[in-house]
Design a protein around this ligand. Structure first.
Ligand SMILES: Cc1cc2nc3c(=O)[nH]c(=O)nc-3n(C[C@H](O)[C@H](O)[C@H](O)COP(=O)(O)OP(=O)(O)OC[C@H]3O[C@@H](n4cnc5c(N)ncnc54)[C@H](O)[C@@H]3O)c2cc1C
Length: 508
């Protein structure tokens, strides 16, 4: 019997994982990727012995990764050597307070009680709530498809939405647990991993702090890209064909179905089903025939963008830990400037990644590989920014704080080379709408059934996988997206037996 064919547009983690799952379930799969290598936002830069992950640096929710490998007939431990990073990261406040977030409860107690006598009890309660949110979200919302609105707003689900505090704001909710403003910041800035402001994000996202401290922040030896390499080689073993440097220019429709993907060089690729992994709003706007949905998507809320510095440094700075967060200025004002004014805050906060602390091979002997992420607003035609000037100001802020607070006074002189990413790069190289580094936002109106669904409403042979469809952004969540999209395809196309698709938290 001839196998059904699937064409995936984009070899980000969502595209790779969906392609592998479909191949495992009997599809003949081809992936078209515009870049020379797979990975998308989870790609890497390798230069002069320095290895940088481009985007993700925190390997979270390992059991979701484990389930992906298991569904492909593999064991994660045969492919990835994970190291737990604990303390997860050091948070530096600009008044001199430093906190090392750790799963060691004794250490947490000492540090928190130094700030406020009641803070440790608040912390335990906060993590307990985060645990409830995590388990409930994955089982009831994030880890399943909603085929219609009645399933989402069902009598069973409505009380759960309240229990998950989906309508409460994350920052406001932390007041129940912490009095000190710095602690509220220390336990909400993680929303930035999803490109969200804690003043807008649902309180549900306390699940992030729970997963970090209880389930751990991990790092795969070889970098986050090791995860991409492992999944790509498994996909290839299952028969998936990857065609690189093959950007898709348009998708052709015929009698209410997608008929072909046409590449920049004019080739036409036909298939039974198509899966868009490139950013969903970009697919609607640029690849599909003219449609009203594209305009609607443009008006949705988007995550923030980032200015990135990738520095190859010819000196080691052992005082810089693996993950470092520097918070500055007025916390609320800085989010307003990012999310309302779409710019760089007056006093920018930032994150520094020094992977050679854990994995020596990330930098040449005695040298340093530094990745700096500065959250900024996404591109907004109504508020044009002088990005060159903002990049300059961001760089100076980082130098000043690393000199003052980490004793890295001579860092500037030891930078051998620098690569800079800013919102225009995210847009132009990765085709991310508005240069929003994490894709569509996740407020109440853009999650669950209300998020763009993983199948096109009109073209029933066009599916989506990745950060801007259900369930959302972040590597493990995109791995869930791959599972849900595959599950939907197998259910709707009904051609092949559904395998390995039963999953609940902790059941890897
Ligand atoms: C700076 C940064 C830090 C992050 N940190 C973390 C973290 O620590 N932990 C975490 O879990 N997540 C993190 N994330 C989020 C995570 O990287 C993303 O959610 C995830 O990588 C998205 O994967 P994806 O498959 O949806 O999309 P992408 O990675 O964007 O993949 C889409 C692919 O489609 C290709 N493509 C686009 N247009 C075309 C076309 N026309 N034709 C062919 N191919 C095309 C692109 O080249 C790309 O390879 C971070 C993201 C960023 C940007």
């Amino acid at each position: 019997m001839q196998k059904p064919t699937a064409l995936v547009i984009g070899a980000g983690i969502g595209g790779i994982a969906t392609a592998a799952r479909l191949a495992k379930n009997g599809y003949d799969v081809t992936v078209l990727e515009k870049e020379t290598t797979p990975g998308g936002r989870c790609n890497q830069i390798v230069r002069d012995g320095h290895r940088f992950d481009i985007g993700p640096t925190l390997f979270l929710m390992p059991e979701i990764w484990e389930e992906t490998f298991a569904s492909l007939g593999e064991r994660m431990s045969d492919h990835l050597e994970l190291r737990r990073i604990d303390p997860t990261y050091k948070v530096h406040f600009d008044d001199g307070l430093q906190l090392e977030l750790t799963s060691n409860l004794g250490d947490m107690q000492t540090q928190l009680e130094r700030v406020d006598k009641t803070a440790f009890t608040g912390f335990l309660n906060y993590i307990a709530e985060g645990s409830k949110h995590y388990k409930m979200s994955v089982e009831k919302f994030v880890g399943r498809n909603f085929y219609n609105i009645f399933e989402y707003f069902s009598m069973g689900n409505l009380p759960l939405l309240f229990q998950l505090k989906a309508l409460k704001k994350h920052y406001a909710n932390t007041s129940r647990f912490f009095k000190d403003e710095r602690l509220k910041a220390a336990f909400t800035f993680q929303n930035m991993y999803l490109g969200l402001s804690p003043y807008d994000a649902p309180a549900t996202y306390s699940l992030l702090q729970y997963t970090e401290l209880a389930e751990g922040v991990w790092y795969p030896i070889g970098g986050m890209y090791a995860g991409i390499q492992a999944l790509t080689s498994i996909a290839e073993k299952l028969g998936v064909k990857f065609l690189y440097q093959t950007p898709v220019k348009k998708m052709k429709e015929e009698r209410g179905k997608i008929k072909a993907a046409i590449t920049e060089d004019g080739r036409e690729f036909t298939a039974d089903i198509f899966i868009g992994n490139a950013d969903l709003p970009y697919i609607y706007k640029e690849l599909l025939p003219k449609n009203n949905e594209a305009k609607k998507l443009e008006n949705k809320l988007y995550t923030c963008s980032t200015i990135m510095f990738y520095w190859g440094v010819d000196k080691e700075y052992p005082q810089i830990g693996h993950h470092n967060v520097f918070l500055g200025g007025d916390y609320k004002a800085s989010f307003d400037q990012i999310f309302n004014d779409h710019t760089l805050p007056d006093v920018p906060s930032f994150y520094v990644h020094a992977p050679a602390r854990t994995d020596k091979a990330a930098a040449p002997e005695g040298q340093e590989t530094l990745y700096v992420l500065v959250p900024v607003g996404h591109l907004d035609a109504r508020s044009e920014q002088d990005w060159e000037a903002l990049v300059h100001r961001a760089r100076e802020t980082v130098f000043t704080r690393l000199a003052k607070e980490m004793g890295a006074e001579d860092l500037r002189e030891h930078i051998k080379f620098e690569t800079v990413y800013q919102p225009k790069v995210w847009k132009e190289r990765f085709n991310l709408e508005k240069g929003a580094a994490f894709g569509l936002s996740h407020n109440f109106w853009q999650v669950g059934y209300l998020r763009p669904q993983n199948r096109h409403k009109q073209y029933h042979n066009l599916y989506f996988t990745g950060a801007s469809t259900h369930p959302g952004t972040g590597l493990p969540i995109v791995l869930l997206s791959a599972r849900l999209t595959t599950e939907r395809i197998l259910k709707e196309k009904g051609t092949i037996a559904v395998q390995n698709l039963n999953y609940a938290v902790g059941q890897a």
